[in-house]
Design a protein around this ligand. Structure first.
Ligand code: IP8
Length: 268
């Protein structure tokens, strides 16, 4: 941990691809969902001197659509130049659409390209990444990054926004990680119906549901990540980002909202 900050809390909000896009329709941006996020972030009044926010977004039907179409996965593999260009282009387009909506709410973002932010081999922030985050904080900006395509000497792979969250949490003490989704939390069955699990005690007590265009592991890998973060002391929540200011309340530390959390003190 190369962390010399203190005196303020850090909350990461991961805007899931299922929230910011219609995941089952290629390149379909969910404007109303983003407006709801914009309203809630604005109302939070963050960043403040005592509480900083970091945003990370996923690929949804932008990045994942092209990744699937051109055979890019989280494993390094040979892919066509066209596949890399289309997938990266779709992520940049989604990123700029997200920026535009949040900007309408007066939210001041500092985009940090994932390739500048993380140290590829270690799942940690690079020196540049750490400096960029600190500088954003000290200028009252909200750093925002996203899942991306990592291009190697030969081949490429997909790096999930979740991995970026993990990298941040390795280098900066993160107090709270909120996964904002299009459903109310984690469900015990594949049906995504009925009551959610309010507190997850182990990473296998639910059945995951894979969506049509998801190449980075869906909810199962998100839950395992949640447990790894919880082990480090980060409070973890899975919440519906569109509903009744639930995200806002969690950001402000009011935990009495429908959401799934991970039990403190339990092991994976
Ligand atoms: O939706 C994936 O990010 P995620 C990014 O956070 C791409 O897993 C390029 C598909």
């Amino acid at each position: 941990m190369i962390d010399d900050r203190k005196g303020f809390k850090v909350t990461i909000v991961k805007l899931g691809g299922s929230l910011v896009t219609h995941k089952d329709r290629a390149r379909s941006f969910d404007q109303p969902a983003l407006r709801s996020i914009g309203r809630q972030l604005k109302k939070s009044g963050l960043p403040s001197p005592s509480h900083k926010l970091i945003l990370v977004h996923g690929g949804g039907s932008f990045g994942h659509y092209y990744a699937k179409r051109f055979g890019l996965t989280t494993k390094k593999g040979k892919v066509t130049a066209r596949g890399i260009a289309k997938t990266t282009g779709a992520m940049l387009e989604l990123h700029s659409r997200i920026r535009n909506v949040l900007d309408e709410f007066g939210i001041n973002l500092e985009s940090i390209l994932p390739s500048e932010l993380i140290e590829r081999r270690e799942i940690a922030l690079s020196e540049t990444g750490l400096r960029r985050v600190r500088n954003a904080f000290s200028n009252d900006l909200i750093p925002i990054s996203f899942g991306y395509v990592d291009v190697f000497r030969k081949g490429a792979s997909i790096v999930s926004g979740d991995t970026i969250c993990e990298a941040i949490a390795k280098s900066i003490e993160v107090d709270r990680q909120i996964f904002a989704m299009d459903v109310d939390g984690i469900y015990p069955t594949r049906k995504i119906q009925g009551p959610i699990i309010r507190t997850l005690r182990n990473s296998t007590e639910f059945l995951s549901e894979e969506r049509k265009y998801d190449v980075t592991g869906g909810i199962a890998s998100k839950v395992s990540l949640g447990f790894r973060l919880r082990e480090k002391g980060t409070e973890v929540f899975f919440v519906n980002g569109k509903e009744d200011e639930r995200l806002l309340k969690l950001i402000l530390g009011h935990y009495d909202v429908p959401a799934t959390t991970i039990d403190r003190g339990k092991r994976i």
